[in-house]
Design a protein around this ligand. Structure first.
Ligand code: PEP
Ligand code: MG
Length: 882
């Protein structure tokens, strides 16, 4: 047998890549002896073949035959058996959870004959015909790509004809008639009959599930969640159990701890006489799991025992889907459950205290991305607010925006830069676009396990659900709440922690976690989340090997970064000191047409620069401060060529003398570059404009000298940008050393950025002239890919992401294979020349969790990132070292 199909009993939880998350965990539960309905899993390998060739592998049919035989023997009944049919569900299940993004077909195995057998066996004809009508409906939509509206309308018509309000008011005969209508619709829309042969139903459903890997919403979801495009989904074929056989049946979703706060204690929702999809869809309101104890104590007790067993086994919060069929409990799914960022920190530290995991493991279980979420602001408790409703806090955060009712309108408004709150009665997978575009999501139906809640939590987006006081009228574009009407376009604010909904915009304050990093709140002040963050941060700092520096150009930023734990500055972009009023001095420098004017302009700039360095070095006293000499092309400091040309032309037309503007225009034209990122910038500027680097170095050295005289410990390091040849660095270095000797401060390290592919490749030579390297991964990404960093993101990256060329922008997360290989080369070759060469990175990737792991692996000494990312970098550096 090849590896295309596995019985549930043959797999285990570690086989997610092959069996998908659902399949692997069904196998694990089966082997733990839990009550899982028998079934088998068709692997992601089969899906990959399907996605590549458009057909399932030829040997799959035989393997499925074999597993169907085994299943039929186990169940004592056959697919399509007229008197007592075996029914199965055909479900998607990828390695990474993608809730509701792919397809499912239930009740496969029913046909015109076996529906009678099911009616007889269950003693409930209404149930049997309802199951058959659901099969045709799901099959039509999913497998035959029919518009779901066709079925919805037929269903509505049947209800209208009967004067019925709910589906439950339709009896067996009504549903039997509806089945006929549905079958006609199938024929009319597809030109073929609804297949009566159960194996054909199954095969077509399997192919449809495979195909749904590439549905628009699945692609969008993967992009959002950075899930690879070529992993494929497994398909689980599971014998059906029914939660809708009466009031002694039901279905539910449960968590072994609260997934939004991390509080210990089981948590979940239960719905009597319903099928699984009814709970997640939020269509009918569920009861809290605790209430199930009164409804069905035996099943409840068994479920509690199973949940305890699962948590003990997985040593983590598990989420569970279960069904009770006539008093018998069945486990349909489990996995290590999604949780909010706050819950992740609290569960991790609780599990240490419970003796379940050690501190290393706890640190592995939280991420930098989660910490970043905890640093978002909250609503100001003291601000005046008009509370209009309270729902369930399903995904934390504080979001304000205009009320929008449809996904399309949300996307449109967000594209215009508007902040919106997507308001729906409930969401479904088609709302994904709008959910991504919105600041927050508000629904009037559904609990913590509804679609809106689950997806929002996964995305880290603020969500309040089940705010039942709200009457959401999408057609009219209004929300009515206790007599007040809120129109589309009005601003509201939602608190995803408390579930409160406010009218208007509520001001925000820093989160307690930020207050902790700032030093105004302490670990022992009684905030449990802050205490958990403190514990894991402390451990991360103990175990990490990477140093953490910040990118900062002002004393304020430097001071904040230092409070957040920065151990120095990895990049001060000095050109930021040339902006504002100082532009005029830069202009004079550029316009100077003789040495004296040039020197005079530089002399104006020098004391200003010196003042900047004094402040910066003082703020980072005792810690290294890498100061990069000016990098961008000079035209960036001049007005736009088009505007200036118009101004000069207008003046001339009016017979006026354009004066200064004319001279400026000549300079702008001289410096204009077609491809500015690759022109006269970086070290090239220093070598071409006499005195420019020297002025900066004098300012640095004299600032350091002054601070030393004051008894301080300034530690500047001078960094030369955009070096591609060792000769460039040697020339620049000569000039820098000359100035340092003049000022009498000779102990300042001189290094370079490695941000051109050539520099990485000849790093062994460059290391001869450098005391340190700092990888400029922004430019290195730009020059390795040939992507202009300011032009490509808006121009075509979204198409590239859709097409799966990359799962995330290479400017956001390091491209390990390409740019990363150059970093590795630079490290190896640099250290081949100088074994103890100090190596850092200061591109945007320095604050990206995934990239930090990579920089740890290749052996850098530190990462440098923006001040606000420092805690994230500390945490991820700690995790990398485990
Ligand atoms: C870089 O290129 O990665 C870098 C840090 O420099 P800048 O972004 O200023 O070009
Ligand atoms: Mg750069």
């Amino acid at each position: 047998m090849s590896n295309l199909v596995y019985d549930f009993a043959e797999g285990n939880k570690d086989m997610k890549e092959l069996l998908g998350g659902k399949g692997a965990n069904l196998a694990e539960m089966t082997n733990l002896g839990l009550p899982v309905p028998p079934g088998f899993t068709i692997t992601t390998e089969a899906c990959k073949v399907y996605l590549r060739t458009g057909a399932v592998p030829p040997e799959l049919a035989d393997e499925i035959d074999h597993h169907v035989d085994v299943l039929q023997q186990k169940m004592g009944k056959k697919l399509g058996q007229a008197d007592d049919p075996l029914l199965v569900s055909v479900r998607s299940g990828a390695a990474a959870s993608m809730p509701g993004m792919m397809e499912t077909v239930l009740n496969v195995g029913l046909n015109d004959d076996s529906v009678n057998g099911l009616a007889h066996q269950s003693g409930n004809p209404r149930f049997a015909w309802d199951a058959y009508r659901r099969l045709i409906q799901m099959f039509g939509k999913t497998v035959l790509a029919m518009d779901g509206e066709v079925f919805e309308q037929a269903l509505d018509a049947a209800k209208d004809a009967k004067g019925a309000r709910s589906d439950l008011d339709l009896d067996a005969d009504d549903l039997k008639a509806l089945v006929e209508t549905f079958k006609h619709a199938v024929h009319e829309h597809t030109g073929r009959e609804f297949p009566q042969d159960p194996r054909t139903q199954m095969d077509l459903a399997i192919a449809a599930v495979f195909g749904s890997w590439n549905s628009e919403r699945a692609i969008l979801y993967r992009r959002q969640e950075r899930i690879g495009t070529d992993l494929g989904t497994a398909v689980n074929i599971c014998s059906m159990v029914f939660g809708n056989l009466g009031m002694d049946s039901g279905t539910g979703v449960a968590f072994t701890r609260d997934p939004s706060t991390g509080q210990p204690g089981v948590y979940g929702d239960y719905l009597q006489n319903a099928q699984g999809e009814d709970v997640v869809a939020g269509i009918r309101n569920t009861v809290p799991l605790a209430d199930m104890e009164q409804l069905d104590k035996t099943s409840y007790d068994e479920l509690m025992a199973i949940m305890a067993k699962l948590e003990g086994h997985y040593r983590d919060l598990c989420d569970i889907e279960f069904t009770v069929e006539r008093g018998k409990l069945w486990m349909l799914q489990t996995r290590v459950g999604k949780r909010t960022a706050a819950a992740a920190f609290r569960i991790a530290t609780s599990l240490i205290d419970e003796g379940v995991i050690d501190t290393d493991e706890a640190l592995r279980r939280v991420t930098g991305a989660q910490l970043a979420q905890l640093m978002f602001p909250r609503f100001d408790a003291d601000a005046e607010k008009e509370k209009i409703a309270k729902g369930i806090g399903a995904s934390p955060g504080a979001a304000s925006g205009t009320v929008i009712f449809t996904s399309a309108a949300a996307v449109e408004a967000a594209d215009k830069g508007e902040k919106v709150i997507l308001v729906r009665r409930e969401t479904n997978p088609d709302d994904l676009h709008g959910m991504i575009a919105a600041q927050g999501i508000l629904t009037s139906r559904g609990g913590k396990t509804s679609h809106a809640a689950v997806v929002a939590r996964g995305m880290g987006k603020t969500c309040v659900c089940g705010a039942e006081e709200l009457d959401v009228n999408v057609a009219q574009g209004t929300i009515t709440v206790n007599g007040t009407v809120i129109e589309e376009g009005e601003t509201i604010s939602i608190d995803g922690t408390t579930g409160e909904v406010f009218r208007g915009e509520v001001p925000v304050v820093p989160s307690p976690v930020v207050q902790y990093f700032e030093g105004s709140l302490h670990a022992d002040d009684g905030d449990e989340l802050v205490a958990a963050v403190h514990r894991l941060m402390t451990h991360a700092d103990e175990v990490r090997r990477l140093g953490i520096r910040t990118n900062a150009d002002t004393a304020d930023d430097a001071a904040r970064a230092r409070r957040f734990g920065a151990e120095g500055i990895g990049l001060c972009r000095t050109e930021h000191m040339f902006l504002g009023e100082r532009r005029e001095s830069v202009e004079r420098l550029i316009l100077a047409d003789n040495d004296a004017d040039c020197a005079a302009a530089l002399a104006e700039l020098e004391p200003l620069q010196r003042g900047d360095f004094l402040e910066l070095l003082a703020a980072m006293d005792g810690l290294p401060v890498t100061i990069r000499l000016i990098d961008p092309p000079l035209h960036e400091f001049l007005p736009s060529m088009e505007e200036l040309a118009v101004k000069v032309a207008l003046a001339r037309e009016r017979g006026q003398d354009p004066g200064h503007d004319a001279a400026l225009l000549t300079a702008v034209e001289r410096l204009h570059e077609e491809n500015p990122m690759l022109g006269l910038r970086g070290v090239r500027l220093g070598l071409v404009i006499p005195g420019l680097f020297a002025m900066q170095v004098r300012a640095i050295a004299s600032a350091a000298a002054e601070l030393r005289e004051q008894g301080k410990d300034p530690r500047p390091e001078i960094m030369i940008p955009l070096v591609g040849a060792v000769q460039e660095l040697m020339l620049a270095r000569d000039e820098v050393e000359g100035v340092l000797a003049e000022v009498g401060v000779e102990s300042i390290p001189i290094g370079t950025m490695i941000e051109l592919p050539r520099a990485a490749v000849i790093a062994d030579q460059i290391a001869e002239a450098a005391d340190f390297f700092s990888f400029g991964t922004n430019d290195l990404t730009q020059t390795t890919w040939g992507f202009s960093r300011d032009d490509v993101e808006g121009a075509f990256f979204s198409r590239y992401l859709e097409k799966g060329i990359f799962a995330v922008s290479p400017f956001e997360s390091i491209d390990r294979e390409g740019v990363g290989a150059l970093v590795r080369t630079g490290v190896e070759r640099g250290r081949a020349t100088k074994p103890d060469l100090k190596l850092g990175i200061c591109g945007e990737h320095g604050g990206d969790p995934d990239s930090i792991q990579f920089f740890h692996e290749v052996g850098l000494d530190y990462v440098s990132c923006s001040p606000f990312r420092i805690p994230v970098a500390r945490l991820e550096a700690g995790r990398s070292a485990l």
